[in-house]
Design a protein around this ligand. Structure first.
Ligand SMILES: Cc1cc2nc3c(=O)[nH]c(=O)nc-3n(C[C@H](O)[C@H](O)[C@H](O)COP(=O)(O)OP(=O)(O)OC[C@H]3O[C@@H](n4cnc5c(N)ncnc54)[C@H](O)[C@@H]3O)c2cc1C
Length: 407
């Protein structure tokens, strides 16, 4: 093979590309990472707005994800965990449904409301047990979560007023089309670990991964847009940088234009960040609207969980909605957020709003997307695994090991 500029070029410095860079550099390969934005992170960016830490969309890191345990220095992120469970507004009142083992003092309140029925608990356990058994056998049962819950007889308020609004915020769709196996994996992770925020914002994760990759010898260049990728390398403004292998670790919407591969359908989310002089609640739990009386799916007083997100002890309150809801005005979002917390929207002032059209790739049952695109071009990114931090990291690590195993 003729001498090339690099052993491996990685396009995209989100966490998927960064974990691949680290693995390959650690194995002694010369690695160049090219990123079109002005900093690493991709979908995981954090900015300062009036001293508040504003993540680009509401994103939580679950420290129990296997790839997080493997590739991330979790202690260095100084994680602040949310409560395990949720507050649910139901017929005008807020009820707390908490994980009984983690929050034993909330067991009575968790069981003494109309949201948790014996029939629903039995049906939920039946679905979860079956799904766990099939996952252990390594099978994707290839049904949607809607169908799986129907089959299990999970039809009551636990599903319609708690699980459905909760899940919609996690998978960015409320049509229940997501793979049951993937949802089971998510719930297993929620049972094992507590979704958390790093004290310096979600971008602390890619920042840490970039520092680790650089320490192992990877070169990372920002503000460079790659125009196309092929077996001989990447093209940028008419020039080719050559490499033995290319890993395309771009987001789901960017892969097809760069490589000519099949387009990946994506789902969008909107997040609003409000400031309040006082917190509407001292709770560290996420709040859902079981009544589904407006566009907001979930809201949390983020500064109760991670006080470092606020500069001065005032409250930072997040609210998220599906982009597919159609255009939601800031006032509608504020009104609905305030009604979930039982306060006036006059107490909320808008700091920031992010409409993120390509938040997550769709994850329908049986989804398998190719990871080797041609002889020397491999794909990484969450869309090659699952729409999550776990998926992005595992896809990046897999692309690196695929490259290392090529003779
Ligand atoms: C609103 C929102 C909420 C989320 N919530 C959670 C959550 O709670 N928990 C969870 O686990 N996950 C969550 N996620 C998902 C998680 O953020 C992603 O799965 C993960 O960040 C994807 O990483 P990636 O490296 O695969 O892709 P990306 O982060 O998209 O990185 C791709 C990179 O490629 C770059 N790029 C694209 N085209 C080019 C080009 N031509 N040249 C050079 N560079 C290019 C991009 O600029 C980008 O930096 C959420 C995502 C969003 C948006």
């Amino acid at each position: 093979m003729a001498s090339r500029d690099y052993d491996v070029i990685i396009v995209g410095a989100g966490i998927s590309g960064l974990v691949a860079a680290r693995q390959l550099a650690e194995a002694g390969r010369s690695v160049l990472v090219l990123e079109k934005e002005d900093a690493v992170g991709g979908r995981q960016r954090t900015r300062d707005v009036d001293g508040y830490l504003i993540d680009r969309g509401f994103q939580l890191l679950n420290p129990s994800y296997p790839s997080v345990k493997r590739f991330v220095d979790i202690a260095a992120l100084d994680l602040h965990p949310f409560g395990s469970g949720a507050l649910v507004r139901d017929k005008g009142e807020l009820h707390l449904l908490a994980h009984p083992a983690r929050h034993p003092h909330h067991v009575v309140s968790t069981l003494s409301n109309d949201l948790v029925t014996a029939a629903d608990i039995k049906a939920f356990s039946s679905w979860f047990g079956k799904a766990t058994a099939s996952a252990v056998r390594g099978r994707d049962e290839s049904v949607s979560i809607g169908e799986a819950w129907d089959r299990a007889g999970l039809t009551g308020p636990l599903r319609t007023r708690v699980l459905e609004p909760f899940l919609a915020g996690v998978v960015a769709t409320d049509d229940l089309s997501t793979s049951s196996s993937y949802v089971q994996f998510l719930f297993r992770m929620f049972a094992l670990g507590r979704p958390s925020l790093p004290s310096r914002g979600i971008q602390a994760l890619p920042n840490q991964m970039a520092a680790t990759a650089r320490r192992h010898g990877a070169e990372i260049r920002t503000n460079i847009t790659v125009d196309s990728c092929a077996d001989e390398g990447v093209r940028i403004s008419g020039e080719t940088i050559s490499a033995d292998h290319v890993i395309v670790a771009v987001g789901p919407e960017a892969l097809a234009p760069l490589t000519g591969s099949e387009a990946v359908p994506t789902l969008g989310l909107t997040t609003w960040w409000f400031r309040g002089d006082e917190a509407p609640s001292r709770s560290r739990f996420i709040a859902l609207d079981g009544d589904r009386s407006g566009p907001v799916l979930n809201t949390a007083v983020v500064s109760n969980v991670a006080p470092s997100y606020s500069p001065d002890g005032t409250a930072l309150i997040q609210a998220s909605a599906l982009l597919s809801t159609g255009h939601v005005t800031d006032q509608e979002a504020a009104d609905h957020t305030a009604s979930i917390w039982g306060i006036s929207s006059a107490d909320l002032s808008l700091l920031a709003r992010d409409d993120i059209r390509h938040s997550l790739p769709e994850q329908r049952p049986g989804t398998v997307r190719a990871t080797r695109l041609s002889e020397r071009v491999f794909a990484a990114g969450d869309h090659r695994a699952t729409p999550s931090i776990e998926g992005a990291l595992s896809a990046g690590a897999r692309a690196a090991s695929d490259v290392l195993s090529v003779r």
